[in-house]
Design a protein around this ligand. Sequence first.
Ligand code: AMP
Ligand code: ZN
Length: 497
Amino acid sequence: MKIFNTLTRRKEELETIEPMKLRMYVCGPTVYDFIHIGNARPMIVFDSFRRYLTFLGYQVNYVSNFTDIDDKIINRANELGISSEELANRFIDECKKDMQGMNIMPASTHPLATKEIDGMIKLIEGLIEKGYAYVGKDGTVYYDTTKFKDYGKLSHKNIDELQSGFRDLKVTGEEDKRTSTDFVLWKPKKEGEPFWKSPWCDGRPGWHTECCVMAPKYCKGALDIHAGGEDLIFPHHENEIAQYEPLYGSPYARYWMHNAFLNINNQKMSKSLGNFYTVRDVLTKFDGKVLRLFMLSTQYRAMLNFSFELMESSKASLERIENCVNNIKFTLKNKNVNVAENSKLDNIDDFNDLVVDLKTNSEFSKNELEAFDKICEFIKIYFDKLDDDFNTADAETQIYEIVRVVNQNVNENSSIAFLNAALLIIDTLLDILGIDLNSKTVQIADIDEKMIEELIEKRSEAKKAKDFAKADEIRKQLLDMGIELEDTRQGVKWKKI
Ligand code: AMP
Ligand code: ZN
């Protein structure tokens, strides 16, 4: 199969370091709040990609982290008067529930940044030793981007262009930084922040160092594929390469895959712009299968605009498929055939063998043989499209085409062989995209009520202490979760909106 490699800006044949084994790392979310459906785009796209490669016979080691220490986590935890660890753990749990609701397989490993600090310190020590990093007066460690000659190779910019992108050479707390593109590997703690001991100062690692340590550790060496949203190309992924390659003297990742943004009104959906819907919110209105069909209805490198109209249209598409499958099952039951819940095959060789056998199936009527020929053409296109830089949009279309042909041929005269074949093909092609028609909609216990009560309590305390900014912040956080507060004489009432 071919994938577009951001590093070379070409579609390239996938060739793994070890035959039929794939080491893949996907940057995961920063866990300070519920994830939004923009964050869900890489999750769904790369989960489907992983499923497809597994179907092709690859043994996929799929690693995806949670960033559980970061300024946003620390600030939010301080506002709420809880520890960063408690906040991060809470939202890791919530994120996992959302993933389950979207039928995203758990990663082979989900490393946590805070559990890998020793490895990060070792990496930074190595960079200092080799002259790629320097220590400021306050113990901040910086990476020296002028030392790495390939700096900019992923974002395809030279260092002068990259430097001009930074308006200010220094930001507060980075007094000893030499060049604007230099970045922080280790930063000193501030009052009230969690910290770890290091040779330079009590503090914590920079974000770019986290992934660069966890990825090779859990993928067991250099990566075949490193993936994430396109906003991570620069500086995050560029900076990961800059740390790994001089230290190990070998390429970090063979292929870099980046999904385009999920937009809303042609603007990137993001927490900071406030134009987001949480996965939790969307999953209370739509089945996770609908969200997947929607996310995969555009090739991953193309911008995808979110709207509830488009979600409705994906819902209608899912219903068309479900009606077709239910009709097949109903017809089979009428013929006294026991229908398996799910008849999918999970391996391309078995699938191809079966399809070849079926082409000459003597139980098929003449019409069914003709219909099956058409179905085989759509199957071929389905796989060709997935092999061409994972074009799930066109692959989905082939499923709809197959459903159309099947619908024309399902009636009381259908042969059992044709009905079974149609069922197996539809189930298998959907399963590759992570859509299991038999899965019950996972009803995520909407919102954790204990958490709401705690937040309301914290807000009341803040108000008593006349800290109205904090009280407002908590009210806004609850609103983001879809909870509206009403101050009454009896106390604070809340309701879902
Ligand atoms: P963050 O928690 O911001 O680090 O994001 C986690 C992942 O979600 C990264 O791979 C981001 O690139 C991706 N991401 C964030 N917002 C969007 C968006 N609107 N569309 C697509 N991907 C996004
Ligand atoms: Zn990362």
